[in-house]
Design a binder for this molecule. Structure first.
Ligand SMILES: NC(=O)c1ccc[n+]([C@@H]2O[C@H](COP(=O)([O-])OP(=O)(O)OC[C@H]3O[C@@H](n4cnc5c(N)ncnc54)[C@H](O)[C@@H]3O)[C@@H](O)[C@H]2O)c1
Length: 410
């Protein structure tokens, strides 16, 4: 059946971990009936070459994006570069006549959002944003329950996300640690969470009050070095990372760092880190829903709590991916009905692959012709924009005080 469709000729831009796996090796492993990787681009050609080996492709390598576009004229560009570079690549791709899949966050500033949205309108091409969290089986089930009115009108949400001291620390080792590059974790990471909220609630955030402080990493560290590999505090540092013990990361980042100075194990205690590591936000939605949100980045657990409170009950879930005690896999949603209606325990099985199967479901939705998007999971540039704007509002509020009206940002 699939052979009847013309395969999309795509190019990959950015050959770090995400590009190499999700949109390189894994995409070709599962969806090669639908897509053909025809070019690979990275400013660092040594990393690109190593990525190409891992992907198992013989696509040509390019250091120059525009030359690649001119020579290959692909149907689709998949953007997996650092967040602050997405806008230029997306815009040049659209102008060259290609559709785009952008990794999240779509971009980092209101001006960049406007440029992307204007170019998309002008060229008539399409931008998808890879909001894979929408596709996890539990998220899909919660969305169904809300849409079906299981708890009546939702009036408020409690949403708390915990990054453990491996995953959380990883953001402080790299470019993510600088607001200019990532928009801070209110944008880089919380874009997923704000997008989930916007999608679950089918509404836009209008007003945000945020707090954010750097209380653990950066200048708070007891000592520091440039990077773990050369550090004199290896034996005493809780965050020592032995890159050599991870052959995948070592291959992709260590030797290529000689070219661009991009160390995968930079010190989490660098003095110049300027993003908060401890964040909270109160968000008011156009629909009137009030949200209480938090993001912590140095926890002994990894996962999240979410609860939707409505006139007729409450939906809640605690989904821990890692915790230092044993408990059954966390994929149970509790539907608690008001007025003595009891509790329904809804068991949602995990599926194979990243994000409990969400990554695979998203690639099916985007690439398999005729997919049924009944839950409106496929996300475009508007969703990309609204989730980023919510994060920018939270950071601005945290930095300057007061609350920020999202509308005033654009
Ligand atoms: N959806 C998810 O769950 C998820 C998970 C991880 C990462 N991501 C996103 O994927 C993107 C990439 O993340 P990563 O961890 O692989 O980053 P990375 O830093 O490991 O890799 C980025 C690559 O882009 C290259 N690059 C930088 N500027 C470039 C340019 N102008 N043109 C071409 N190449 C350029 C770098 O040399 C590097 O090889 C980020 O936007 C990140 O937010 C999403």
């Amino acid at each position: 059946m699939a052979q009847a469709f013309k395969r999309k000729r795509y190019v990959l831009v950015g050959t770090g971990n995400r590009g190499t796996t999700m949109w390189g090796h894994d995409l070709l492993a599962g969806w090669s009936d639908y897509v053909d990787l025809v070019g690979i681009c990275d400013l660092n050609l040594m990393r690109a070459e190593r990525a190409r080996d891992i992907i198992g492709s013989n696509a040509p390598l390019y250091g120059n994006f525009d030359s690649m576009m001119a020579e290959l004229k692909p149907d689709l560009v998949i953007v997996c570069t650092p967040d602050d570079t997405h806008d230029d690549i997306i815009i040049r791709a659209l102008e060259a006549g290609a559709d785009v899949i952008s990794e999240k966050p779509m971009t980092t500033t209101p001006e960049k959002i406007d440029r992307i949205r204007d170019t998309e309108r002008r060229t008539g091409r399409r931008v998808d944003v890879s909001f894979n969290y929408r596709f996890s089986p539990t998220a899909a089930r919660i969305k169904e329950l809300i849409d079906d009115g299981a708890i009546g009108t939702v009036t408020s949400v409690d949403f708390h996300w915990y990054l453990d001291n491996q995953h959380g620390a990883d953001y402080f080792r790299r470019w993510h640690a600088f607001t200019e590059r990532s928009g801070s974790l209110f944008v880089h990471k919380a874009t997923h969470h704000f997008d989930l909220l916007n999608w679950y609630l089918d509404s836009d955030p209008v007003e945000v009050k945020g707090f954010g402080q750097l209380l653990h990493y950066g200048k708070n560290g007891p000592f520091r070095g440039e990077r773990c590999r050369t550090c004199t505090h290896k034996t005493e540092c809780d965050y020592y990372l032995d890159l050599g013990a991870d052959p995948f990361l070592d291959t992709l980042y260590e030797d290529p760092s000689q070219i661009d100075g991009y160390f995968r194990d930079a010190c989490v205690y660098r003095e110049n880190i300027d993003i908060p590591d401890t964040m909270t936000a109160s968000i008011k939605y156009a629909s009137g829903v009030q949200v209480s949100y938090s993001l912590n980045t140095y926890m002994p657990i990894e996962g999240h709590h979410i609860a939707f409170n409505g006139h007729k009950g409450r939906i809640e879930m605690r989904q821990y991916e890692k915790q230092p005690w044993s408990e059954p896999p966390a994929d149970e949603i509790l539907l608690v009905k008001s007025f003595g209606g009891g509790v329904e325990r809804i068991w949602v099985p995990h599926e194979a692959g990243g994000h409990y199967g969400g990554d695979n479901r998203m690639r099916d939705m985007i690439f398999k012709p005729g997919s049924n998007d009944r839950l409106r999971q496929r996300a475009g540039s508007r969703a990309g924009a609204m989730s980023v704007l919510c994060g920018i509002a939270a950071l601005e509020s945290a930095t300057k005080g007061g609350s920020v009206m999202v509308k005033q940002l654009t």
